[in-house]
Design a protein around this ligand. Structure first.
Ligand SMILES: CC(C)(COP(=O)(O)OP(=O)(O)OC[C@H]1O[C@@H](n2cnc3c(N)ncnc32)[C@H](O)[C@@H]1OP(=O)(O)O)[C@@H](O)C(=O)NCCC(=O)NCCS
Length: 191
């Protein structure tokens, strides 16, 4: 299998990253690519690409949001979006991007990294349900099991409360799910 190389995003990656995100997210591709571009321009703290044979096939972005703790607003990171070109999925590229994003978050001294996603996929990559740590969701349209966190060394006991997403998640309507997909996923978690 070809070797995967991870590196920091560069401005000349913009077009290929747009293509990878659009392809990975299918029907939602244009919306998620626009979210990534807006986050990059406003709230990004780290952005990585994965290359196979010197071609970009994966991408991940970490942006800043906040936990609204009783004592103070706490800057935290949100891992979103994560994309692997369909032809390269299922070969560990996504896992490498998640691992590198957590390493980057640790190096940035972030107290926690949040995301919305499959608990099956992310629990095997270091995440746990954020509600177990007393964090609350930025929207009730995020099914509870999908609201996940990795707590890092910078975290202190008092840093708990509601996750508040930065503005691009709202302007692109990318916080949580909407019906009928929301009902379908909630039903899946109940079964
Ligand atoms: C989610 C995503 C980033 C995973 O990337 P990936 O490179 O396929 O991930 P990996 O190869 O590291 O792991 C794939 C996992 O899916 C399973 N898998 C197998 N074949 C697969 C395939 N064709 N497509 C996706 N996943 C597959 C593997 O069993 C593995 O699960 P496990 O290791 O937990 O048992 C990628 O599928 C993707 O871009 N999906 C569309 C966008 C998306 O949903 N992003 C995440 C939003 S939270």
């Amino acid at each position: 299998m070809a070797e995967v190389r991870l590196r920091a995003y560069r401005p000349d990656d913009a077009a290929v990253v747009h293509a990878v995100v659009t392809e990975a997210f299918g029907d939602q591709g244009d919306t998620v690519a626009a979210l990534a571009e807006d986050l990059r321009a406003t709230h990004a703290k780290a952005e990585l690409v994965a290359e196979v044979d010197q071609r970009v096939v994966g991408h991940v972005l970490l942006s800043r949001s906040w936990v609204d703790a009783r004592q103070a607003l706490v800057e935290v990171l949100v891992l979103s979006p994560l994309s692997v070109a369909p032809a390269h999925q299922g070969r560990g590229v996504g896992s490498e991007l998640v691992g590198a994003a957590i390493t980057a978050a640790r190096e940035l001294g972030a107290p926690a990294v949040f995301l919305e996603g499959s608990p099956d996929y992310y629990s095997r990559r270091g995440f746990e349900p954020a509600t177990l740590r007393n964090f609350t969701r930025p929207s009730v349209r995020i099914p509870e099991p999908a609201f996940q966190v990795v707590v890092l060394d910078g975290h202190e006991e008092w840093m708990t409360g509601a996750l508040v997403y930065c503005e691009p998640f709202w302007t692109h309507d990318c916080a949580g799910l909407r019906d009928p997909e929301l009902s379908r996923i909630e039903q899946m978690f109940e079964d």
